[in-house]
Write a protein of this length. Structure first.
Length: 270
């Protein structure tokens, strides 16, 4: 069975994955910025503890779809949606889910590192303090465990009270990931997380993502097709707001079913 989507069809789980648990399920999802339709009848199944990549040219709707998964688009005036995005079977746009709780469960890492102008340790526990956690032992343990999980503990363990903005960019990005991990998300959304990094720093973040996949469901938007082929289990090609094809990454990159996907992968389009 293919997971390909030709724009208006219902996408099945990716090829060969029909028995794997689905963490998020996008069904007939449309999004409008005022009168402009940015997403058109998107269907895809995000499998648990796998990395799913969204690829396609600029302006095709990748980041819009990503932000739709934790309702970040709600912050934009005039946005309207139809269809559903399910998290463990519950519609994230329904009344059963509070938006603040959704964004805790489905966290986001942005294109450029965005640490707060605070110390390294205060950055990590910022979300916990907002949630009302004040126990110093708990906070201290969470600082260490989250930085360990983001592979940042060793470089910063002796300067936890130093300003986070003094860190190199790749360490700032890992700090942002640690800040997210501290609130124990289930899904991590990454919007071009390596776009501001050099190749060496990019390799470190990619290696970290592969490790995080053991514990979290990850969806990444990337313009870097080589990155998608290196780290993702499944890939979706988007064009002009439509999900053209969605399947196992190896199949997408070696034997796509849709000519539009083939043209993009081979550089004839985009």
């Amino acid at each position: 069975m293919t997971g390909g989507n030709t724009g208006n069809g219902r996408a099945a789980p990716p090829h060969g994955s029909e028995t794997e648990p689905v963490k998020m399920n996008v069904r007939d999802f449309n999004l409008y910025y005022g009168h402009f339709q940015a997403l058109k009848n998107v269907n895809m199944a995000i499998l648990e503890k796998r990395i799913t990549a969204l690829i396609g040219p600029s302006g095709c709707g990748k980041s819009t779809l990503l932000r739709g998964m934790n309702r970040m688009n709600d912050l934009i005036s005039g946005v309207k949606t139809s269809g559903t995005i399910l998290l463990d079977g519950i519609d994230v746009y329904g009344s059963a889910i509070r938006v603040d709780e959704l964004r805790k469960r489905v966290g986001m890492v942005f294109q450029r590192p965005n640490p707060f102008p605070l110390s390294i340790s205060d950055n990590v526990v910022y979300g916990l303090r907002v949630a009302g956690i004040r126990n110093q032992k708990t906070l201290k343990e969470k600082v260490e465990s989250s930085l360990q999980a983001a592979w940042l503990w060793e470089p910063v363990k002796d300067k936890l009270h130093h300003p986070a903005l003094e860190l190199p960019l790749d360490q700032q990005q890992r700090l942002c990931i640690a800040r997210l991990l501290a609130v124990e998300p289930e899904v991590i959304l990454m919007d071009e997380p390596c776009s501001a990094l050099d190749p060496i720093a990019t390799a470190k973040i990619e290696e970290l993502m592969l490790e995080l996949r053991n514990h979290y469901t990850i969806v990444i938007v990337t313009h870097n097709m080589q990155q998608a082929s290196r780290i993702s289990d499944f890939s979706g090609y988007m064009l002009l707001g439509e999900l053209i094809e969605f399947d196992d990454t190896q199949k997408i990159f070696t034997n796509p079913e849709n000519k539009k996907t083939q043209d993009y992968i081979t550089g004839r389009y985009g």
